[in-house]
Ligand binder design. Sequence first.
Ligand code: FAD
Length: 439
Amino acid sequence: MPIVNVIGAGLAGSEAAWQIAQTGVDVNLYEMRPVTMTPAHHTANFAELVCTNSLRANQITNAVGLLKEEMRRLDSIIIQSADATAVPAGGALAVDREPFSQLVTQKLMAHPRVHVIHEELTDFPEGVTVVATGPLTAPGLADAIVALNGEAGLSFFDAAAPILDASTIDTDIVYKKSRYDRGEAAYLNCPMNREEFQAFYQALISAEVAEGHDFEKMTVFEGCMPIEVMAKRGIKTMLFGPLKPVGLEDPRTGKTPYAVVQLRQDNAAASLYNIVGFQTHLKWGEQKRVFRMIPGLENVQIVRYGVMHRNTFMKSPAVLEPTYASKRRADLFFAGQMTGVEGYVESAASGLIAGTNAARLAQNLPPLVFPETTAMGAMAHYITHTSPTHFQPMNANFGIMPPLAVKVRQKKERNQQLAERALTDLAAFKNELSRVNQP
Ligand code: FAD
């Protein structure tokens, strides 16, 4: 009987293992937690969300929403589990983080084809293998990846936002509302007038950052930039970013505040909220001092402080095929954040492709390239065809898909048509997959 190894049971590895097992192929799933922990994970659960509990937009007119819909149609364990543990989040798919990762863990543990081994691997095993050890890959295996790929390894830093105890938020000051009243009112909004904003801005740019890294010289994701770094770009920058007040008028006054800090529900019980866009590297005491200047948070209890972490990814355009197979070893696949896809859903999607192809190889079938017109295929194409010299991680977006045959000016209509084309092409590809999947 064929068997495939999957290393890492995070977002990508869990998805890869599920896809392999569902084709009837046995999987050895190696996960080092809880024996060895990473600096960002807190539990032994599979698919633990290390920062926000949001899997971002859910509509197909948004590329990450389309990505989710494609995955739903391909029996994704990550999306099934997210749908089953969703919490209100306007137009986004956010989850109750503990039940979400518990559900993924239970489903995999209960699968007769999945064999879980709690062990840290320091080298690649023999045979068909998917490496999905994430941005915090343990050092031994990171060395093995560098040895395989030569100089094609990079590392940089990433940041996580603080989580607040909801019972300590002043509900006389904050108000519940989603931007432009989209979906159910899901966010708590902390309104600021000009003076409050300016005082907050001054405190933020002069607050002390944690020691250990020369922060200004670090390369960080644009999408996960620490709030203090964003603030230092100019007094107005936050007003066009996370503190943007448009569509968030205060229902009690009917007026739009000068700035708004948004809090997003973090668990189903609504007992925890995170501060949207407030990834930070400030010292913990400074986080408490500065974030308590936000109206409504004067007495807030921070239950988990924002932190900075190492993040490692490969120079995929030089070392990976669009099937997610290594160019150096045909039976070795990589998946997740380490391939240069950025985000929870993107990581899981790459695991879906790598898992599908690893299972095919184990059954003596050739790996397949997913259609570039799908969000999943466009990501795989992008990370393997862009310039290796300035390669940076990439989120799902419509800009990396081939344009429509006929130009459509209006953005929403264009996105709708791109999404419809993707789902049509995916349906045809799925038929092809199930036809040739018979060994
Ligand atoms: P992971 O989910 O980290 O899974 C890798 C797994 O491999 C882990 O379980 C780990 O224990 C295991 N492992 C590592 N080395 C070994 C080994 N040698 N042997 C066996 N097991 C091993 N993305 C977002 O979309 N939103 C966010 O808010 C966000 N915030 C982030 C914050 C931080 C601090 C970091 C580091 C990343 C963040 N990301 C975020 C980026 C990324 O989407 C997540 O890291 C995501 O979890 C990546 O999925 P993955 O499967 O590649 O890795």
